[in-house]
Design a protein around this ligand. Structure first.
Ligand code: GLC
Length: 664
C-alpha cells in the first residue's frame, strides 16, 4: 500500500492501533494484523471481563523461556519458534509478542521465567534462533522489552539508571544479536531509561535502527504511551492498544502544527511496511507440524533443559525401586503451579501432569503424598508426617517442590529467593529418613542453601510445558541423560547478589550501580562463592577437555579442542568459552562468555569443537571514544564446563590490533 493513498487522518489512526490486538484496516482498505502473546504458548483472548481479566483459548504449552535457555541449544530455540509459528497460523495470528530478552539483573525479577539469561550472549543467541524459527515458518516476532525492564517494581514509572558502557556491554547486547534475525517488530519497555520513558527513548531507537540493523516497526508495550506526540517524534511507530485520549491529542497536535507530515509519514510507512511484510511472511504458509508433534517438541526441549544440579549417585533411579513421591507439584491441582503469571501465561486446561503416574509406567513402585499444598498445609488434605513415614519406608524419596504463578508474575517481583517454609521443612524431614531427590519446578534461581547439602540429588525442572512429567521421569529413570546447564547463577543468598542490594536514590529510581558486574561477572570477579554457577549442570556421563589449539590473525583467534566422554554412557556437553583481559585499561569482569557449543559425545568417544573469537570478543565499550575498543595487552581464553569449571586456558597477546599467541 502506498502511503500517498492514505489521508493524514488515516495515517494518524494507523499508528494508534485498532483495538487491543489488531492494527487498523480502515474497513478492509488495508490488511488487518492480529497480534497475541506469548513466549511459551499462544494466549489468544477469548473474552475480556470488565475488570480487565481475560480468558484465553487453551493452547499448547511450551517450556518456560528460562528452561529453553537452560538447553544452551540454538536448535531447540529454533524448533520452539517453529512450533509456535504453527500455533499462530492455526489461530490466524500474524505477530507473536515474543521473545522477551531482558537480562536477569536480579534473581528477584517477577518475569525472569520468561527471560533467557543473566548473560547477554546466551540470551541474544537463543532469542535469535527462536525468532528465525518463528519467522521462517510464517509468524512475525516482537522482540521485547526495549530496554532495561529488569524488575517489575513500579514497572510503569521507575527509571533504570544505567551508564552507557553497561548499556552497550550488557543490556543492549541481546537485542543487538537477536536483530540479526530481522524481527518484524520490537516492543518498548514501560520503565524509564535514565529518566526517559521507554516509549520515548529516541536515543535507543536510533541505536536499534542505525547500529543494530533493525528494520521493522517499534510497538509500545500495552498502554506504555503517555504522550503519543513525544513517542512519535522519538520514532515509536505503533501505540498498542488503541487509546482514544492519546489519539485525540495526537490529532490536535498535528492540526496545530506540532507534528511535521514527514514525522508522521516516517512512522506510518513503517506500519504499512510491517503489514505487508507480515502478510508476505504468511503467504502460502500452513502449519507443518501436527499438534502431537508440537507437544513432542515441548517435551523434548524440557528434557534438554532440565538441569541436574547435584547427584551423589542416587540418580538415575535403580530399576524397580520403591519410590515415595511427595509434594503437590508432582500432581498439581492447579496448572498455575507450573507457570509464571501475566502475559506469558498459557491456558493449560485439560492438561494432565503426574510424576507418580509417569514413574509407575516405568516400573517403579510408587506411593504419593502431597505433603503440602500451594498455600501451605491444609491438614484435611495433606499430611506432612505421612510423607516422612512413606519416605522412611522407601528406597528413594522424590520430593517435588517449586514456585508458580503465585510467586513469579508480571507486575510484581519476588519477596525472597527461598522456597516456602512448608516445602523446606518437607525436604529436611525427608532427607532425615531417606535418600532424597528434590525436583524444583520454578522459573528462576532459588536459594537452596537451607537444604541443598542434606539431599542426595537436585534436579531443576523449570516450568515444563506439555509432556513435562514424561520428560522429568525419563531423566530420573535414566532413559534420557540430563544435559541442561544453568543460564543464570544460583547465589547462596540474596545478600550476595549486587542488584538485590540496590538502595535506590528515590522510590522511582533503580541505580544499576553494579555496572557490568551482573550474575557470574560479579561472583567470579569478586570471588563470591555461589551455590551453583552459571553454565553448571551434571550428566550421567563425564567429560574431559583436551588438546586446545589456537590460531591468531588480524581478525581474532580460532580455537579447537576435544571434548571426550570418559564414561560408557552417551551424553551431551556444553562447551563454554570465556575471555578475560589480564591487565585491562578499564575495569572488566574476570570472565565473559564469548562462545558456546552443545555437543553429543558417545560413550568413550571424543568430539572436536571448533569455535572462533572475533575482535568484538575482546573489546570493551569505550566511554571515552564512544565506541568499541580492542585494547592492546594480554588476554586469557578460558574453555570450560561452567563459569567456575575452567578446563583449558590459552593466552593471547594483542599489539597494534594484531593477535598473536603466547608461546606454550
Ligand atoms: C504486557 C507485557 C507485554 C505483553 C503485552 C500484551 O503488559 O508487558 O510483554 O506482550 O502487555 O499483553
Amino acid at each position: 500500500m502506498d502511503i500517498k493513498k492514505l489521508t493524514a487522518k488515516e495515517k494518524l489512526r494507523l499508528i494508534c492501533g485498532k483495538d487491543f490486538w489488531h492494527t487498523e484496516d480502515f474497513g478492509g482498505k488495508l490488511p488487518k494484523l492480529t497480534v497475541a502473546d506469548g513466549p511459551v504458548g499462544l494466549r489468544v483472548v477469548k473474552q475480556r471481563a470488565a475488570d480487565g481479566s481475560e480468558t484465553a483459548y487453551p493452547a499448547t504449552p511450551y517450556p518456560s523461556v528460562q528452561l529453553l535457555a537452560n538447553t544452551w541449544d540454538r536448535a531447540c530455540a529454533r524448533k520452539m519458534g517453529a512450533a509456535l509459528a504453527d500455533d499462530c497460523l492455526e489461530r490466524d495470528v500474524d505477530i507473536l509478542l515474543a521473545p522477551g530478552v531482558n537480562i536477569k539483573r536480579t534473581p528477584l525479577c517477577g518475569r525472569n521465567f520468561e527471560y533467557f539469561s543473566e548473560d547477554p550472549l546466551l540470551a541474544g543467541e537463543m532469542a535469535k534462533a527462536y525468532i528465525l524459527g518463528l519467522q521462517e515458518n510464517g509468524a512475525g516476532a516482537c522482540l521485547k522489552h526495549f530496554c532495561c525492564n529488569n524488575l517489575e517494581y513500579d514497572r510503569l514509572h521507575q527509571s533504570s539508571d544505567v551508564d552507557e558502557r553497561t548499556l552497550r556491554e550488557i543490556y543492549y547486547v541481546p537485542f543487538e544479536i537477536a536483530c540479526e534475525a530481522k524481527p518484524v517488530s520490537v516492543m518498548c519497555s514501560y520503565n524509564r531509561i535514565n529518566g526517559t520513558y521507554g516509549a520515548e527513548y529516541k536515543k535507543g531507537f536510533v541505536v536499534l535502527r542505525k547500529e543494530f540493523g533493525f528494520d521493522g516497526a517499534i510497538f509500545s508495550d500495552w498502554s506504555a504511551v503517555r504522550d503519543r506526540t513525544a513517542s512519535l517524534k522519538a520514532g515509536l511507530d505503533l501505540e498498542m492498544p488503541f487509546c482514544e485520549e492519546n489519539y485525540q491529542k495526537l490529532c490536535k497536535d498535528f492540526e496545530e502544527g506540532r507534528i511535521a507530515e514527514a514525522e508522521l509519514d516516517a512512522c506510518a510507512e513503517r506500519v504499512l511496511e510491517l503489514i505487508s511484510r507480515c502478510k508476505e511472511m504468511r503467504e502460502g504458509k500452513k502449519p507443518r507440524r501436527s499438534e502431537a508433534e508440537r507437544r513432542r517438541i515441548a517435551q523434548e526441549i524440557a528434557a534438554e533443559g532440565m538441569v541436574l544440579l547435584k547427584n551423589d549417585g542416587t540418580l538415575p533411579l535403580a530399576a524397580g525401586a520403591r519410590l515415595a513421591v511427595a509434594g503437590c507439584y508432582a500432581q498439581p491441582s492447579d496448572m498455575g503451579m507450573l507457570r509464571g503469571a501475566g502475559a506469558a501465561a498459557v491456558n493449560r486446561e485439560g492438561e494432565a501432569f503426574s510424576v507418580p503416574g509417569c514413574l509407575e509406567k516405568r516400573g517403579y513402585a510408587v506411593t504419593f503424598e502431597p505433603a503440602f499444598s500451594y498455600d501451605g498445609i491444609d491438614s484435611f488434605h495433606q499430611d506432612a508426617h505421612r510423607a516422612a513415614e512413606l519416605a522412611a519406608e522407601s528406597n528413594v524419596s522424590v520430593l517435588c517442590v517449586g514456585l508458580g504463578e503465585k510467586f513469579e508474575r508480571e507486575s510484581a517481583d519476588r519477596e525472597t529467593l527461598r522456597l516456602p517454609l512448608v516445602q523446606e521443612r518437607a525436604i529436611l524431614a525427608s532427607a532425615a529418613v531417606a535418600p532424597t531427590v528434590v525436583v524444583v519446578f520454578a522459573g528462576a534461581a532459588v536459594d537452596m542453601s537451607a537444604w541443598a547439602d542434606k539431599v542426595s540429588a537436585i534436579l531443576f525442572a523449570g516450568y515444563p510445558g506439555a509432556g513435562g512429567d514424561e520428560a522429568l521421569a525419563s531423566l530420573l529413570s535414566g532413559e534420557n541423560n540430563p544435559c541442561g546447564r544453568l543460564s543464570e547463577s544460583f547465589p547462596r543468598s540474596l545478600a550476595d547478589c549486587p542488584a538485590a542490594r540496590e538502595d535506590g536514590i528515590s522510590a522511582g529510581v533503580t541505580r544499576y550501580a553494579e555496572g557490568p558486574d551482573v550474575g557470574y561477572r560479579y561472583y567470579s570477579t569478586h570471588h563470591v562463592p555461589v551455590l551453583f554457577a552459571f553454565g553448571h549442570g551434571l550428566s550421567y556421563a563425564s567429560f574431559a577437555y583436551r588438546d586446545l589449539t589456537a590460531e591468531a590473525d588480524e581478525n581474532g583467534v580460532s580455537l579447537s579442542f576435544e571434548v571426550c566422554n570418559t564414561s560408557e554412557r552417551a551424553g551431551k556437553e556444553v562447551a563454554q568459552v570465556y575471555v578475560r583481559a589480564c591487565a585491562p585499561v578499564v575495569y572488566r569482569p574476570a570472565r565473559e562468555l564469548k562462545a558456546f557449543e552443545k555437543i553429543f559425545v558417545k560413550g568413550g568417544g571424543c568430539e572436536k569443537v571448533s569455535l572462533s573469537l572475533g575482535r568484538r570478543a575482546f573489546a570493551h565499550w569505550s566511554a571515552a571514544e564512544d565506541g568499541w575498543r580492542v585494547s592492546d595487552g594480554a588476554y586469557e581464553i578460558l574453555v570450560g564446563a561452567s563459569s567456575e569449571d575452567i578446563r583449558l586456558v590459552r593466552k593471547v597477546w594483542i599489539k597494534g590490533g594484531r593477535f598473536s599467541l603466547f608461546p606454550l
